[in-house]
Design a protein around this ligand. Sequence first.
Ligand SMILES: [Zn+2]
Ligand SMILES: [Zn+2]
Length: 400
Amino acid sequence: MVGLTNPAYPAPKMAWTDKSKPSLYYELSLIRPTERKKRMPDSKFEIIGNFHLHTYHSDGVGSHRQVAWAAAQAGLDVIVVTDHNVWVAGKEGWYTHPETGHKALLLMGEEVHDEGRSPEVNHYLCLGVDREMREYASQPQALIDAVDRCGGVGFIAHPQEQAAPLFNEPALPWVDWDVVGFAGIELWNYMSEFKNYLPSKPVAVLAAFFPSLFISGPPRATLSLWDDLMRDGQKVVAIGGADAHANVYSLGPLRRAVFPYTFLFKALNTHLLLDSPLSSELVLAKAQVLSALRTGRAFVAYDMAGDSRGFRFTATGQGASAGMGDEIPLNGPITFRVSSPLPASLRLLKDGRQVARVRGQELTYEANEPGVFRVEAYRRYRMKSRGWIFSNPIYVSTTH
Ligand SMILES: [Zn+2]
Ligand SMILES: [Zn+2]
């Protein structure tokens, strides 16, 4: 079924609220420069995307055009709309912001969960699907397989989300872990993390006005979960998402549009590495984006803490080289290189354990064992060390 609006989420009555300067916080922020294309240290073509957001077709506020304009304004290249249990036809394509002239590609997806279940756990991001997926909502494995069959890429959303009882927000984790075949997990979800910082009303008000004093990184438990899943031998791609809604919240006399789209699109994103520039043909561009997501040629970045464009993690061995998402055979020593566009605390992990750490912009490490290698980068921002970049892994495999 192709719906225009999910009946579970009637269109909100409030006006569009995504102003370019939406908050006191925003006024005080150092927003990353709008310079669009930066010279990269390799032949990859880097684009920035956000792959978890909602419009008024479910519980968000903006229209497709408005979220695409917000993305363009924030400097993003691509977004995938993931409304709850509704897939909308005829919206894919490029949208040009009428004032700045920046454009962003909008692709269609869907965040599917079983509305007959209480609480409504098991949220699955179906990116790039070409039809409604809601009919599979009550069968997680069938849903995962259906996304695959139609050429989409599926991610388990906010896999370990906690509740926020003060706002009657239940925990919405993934619970059916016997499934197979999902492309990856949403390692870091901005709004899910924010829900963890609402223990009392005064703190909630502070967090709503100054979220970046709180946002710090993906949950440690989710990083461990990711490593555990990969230790079992499967490749698991990590993405980061805004989960943007731009909803208005009330707390006593205070009424505030929390987290406008543009704000969130300048915060937590997923950067994709392409082999060629993003095509201007919709079919080709969509294939490029989905391929990078499926293979994990990507890293998760909290861009508000520093412009992460240009971050690279590569490996070279005898006659072979690899980047994020790739596998490289252990035919001899493997040399890993991490290159950061800004000084940071760079940590190389093997199977979830730190094997090297450098403060700076370059890290080199030689490995002689198979394993799953990935990078975490932390930067000081707003008086605290915060998670900045989380790479997808390079898989070193044994040769037989
Ligand atoms: Zn969700
Ligand atoms: Zn969502």
